[in-house]
Design a protein around this ligand. Structure first.
Ligand SMILES: Nc1ncnc2c1ncn2[C@@H]1O[C@H](COP(=O)(O)OP(=O)(O)OP(=O)(O)O)[C@@H](O)[C@H]1O
Ligand SMILES: [Mg+2]
Length: 310
């Protein structure tokens, strides 16, 4: 009560903004220890994410607009799609790190991995109520909480729908504001669409960077809605259009794999070993069989291959 009076008094003096942050830190509520570093996020995406112009643009724009809005009218819901090793988990951890400054260790970043948290398709009802309770509890403690659902393709259908009411624009209940949360869904579902467009574009001699998100978004939405193994199978989250942006991750080329290898080498103090970076690039499997454009495991096996050649 005394804090509320202090806040009202100071707001009326015109110094509401600073007082609000003091109030929030003393009372351990409002936006918790949320310390967004927007420039840091944009720079990290630009500098450390290779070959993903759509993810760079969409994530920068969506996250920055969302964080700059003190009073968003709905939560930010991003859904990442693409093959293994293309940077989906990497981007989700960049977002976490630049919003809370503590890598993924913040108590306000909640990560769910279906094989660990929702392993059995017979327990959907139990998972739904546990998940709803956990999300509501977290958002009551911290409205700017982040929820990351990795490996959505392994999520039993029906679980995620329990969040449908929270993802829309209408939710402020009692003292909990559900509109400041960020949800990130990560999945390999839809990869065939992203990879087909990347291949067609390459065969047509188009620049990779010319591929636009609107060529892919509707098809990805259809694919995850119709795919039994997408976590969004027949989900109202899709029909009600509650995903703010679908984010396609393109399959990586040999030059991207070599950049990953080069970065790995520099981290080990072996920056000058260009020969190793090139050997790693040569040791990956590439698809399709005839033209071998795309690394079938993205950058995922890079550290193991660097070990082999260093
Ligand atoms: N586009 C990229 N730019 C830079 N590094 C990348 C990129 N893609 C992957 N990497 C590196 O490769 C490793 C694996 O990437 P990540 O975990 O993000 O893959 P993923 O897309 O989540 O794959 P999976 O679907 O198998 O989980 C990470 O160490 C990451 O740093
Ligand atoms: Mg991943």
């Amino acid at each position: 009560m005394i804090f509320t009076l202090l806040l009202i008094y100071c707001t009326s003096l015109g110094s509401g903004f600073e007082m609000k942050s003091i109030f929030c830190s003393i009372s351990d509520s409002c936006d918790c220890d949320y310390k967004p570093d927007i420039k840091g996020l944009e720079w990290d995406l630009y500098k450390n994410l290779y070959g993903q112009h759509m993810a760079q643009d969409i994530v920068s724009e969506a996250v920055v607009n969302f964080l700059q809005n003190e009073n968003p009218d709905r939560p930010l819901v991003l859904s990442f799609h693409g093959s293994s090793g293309t940077g989906k988990s990497l981007v989700s951890s960049m977002i976490g790190r630049h919003i809370y400054g503590t890598a993924m260790g913040s108590p306000y970043i909640h990560q769910f991995i279906p094989t660990l948290h929702f392993p059995s398709a017979d327990r959907v009802l139990q998972y739904r109520s546990d998940l709803k309770r956990r999300v509501e509890k977290s958002l009551t403690a911290c409205a700017r909480s982040i929820f990351i659902f990795d490996e959505m393709e392994k999520m039993p259908p029906g679980v995620i729908d329990v969040l449908e009411p929270h993802l829309g624009p209408y939710h402020i209940l009692f003292q909990t504001n559900y509109r400041k949360a960020i949800y990130i869904f990560i999945s390999s579902a839809g990869e065939e669409i992203v990879n087909r467009i990347a291949l067609e574009s390459r065969r047509a001699g188009r620049d990779r960077e010319e591929i636009q998100p609107d060529e892919l978004e509707d098809s990805i939405a259809d694919a995850v809605y119709n795919n039994k193994n997408s976590g969004f199978y027949h989900s109202r989250i899709i029909t009600e259009k509650l995903i703010t942006r679908f984010v396609p991750f393109l399959p990586l080329l040999r030059r991207h794999v070599e950049r990953c290898a080069q970065r790995e080498l520099c981290q080990r103090g072996e920056c000058q070993r260009k020969d190793v970076a090139s050997a790693v690039g040569g040791a990956m499997n590439y698809t399709p069989n005839d033209s071998k454009y795309f690394s079938s495991t993205g950058c995922k096996l890079v550290p193991a291959k660097v070990n082999l050649f260093l």
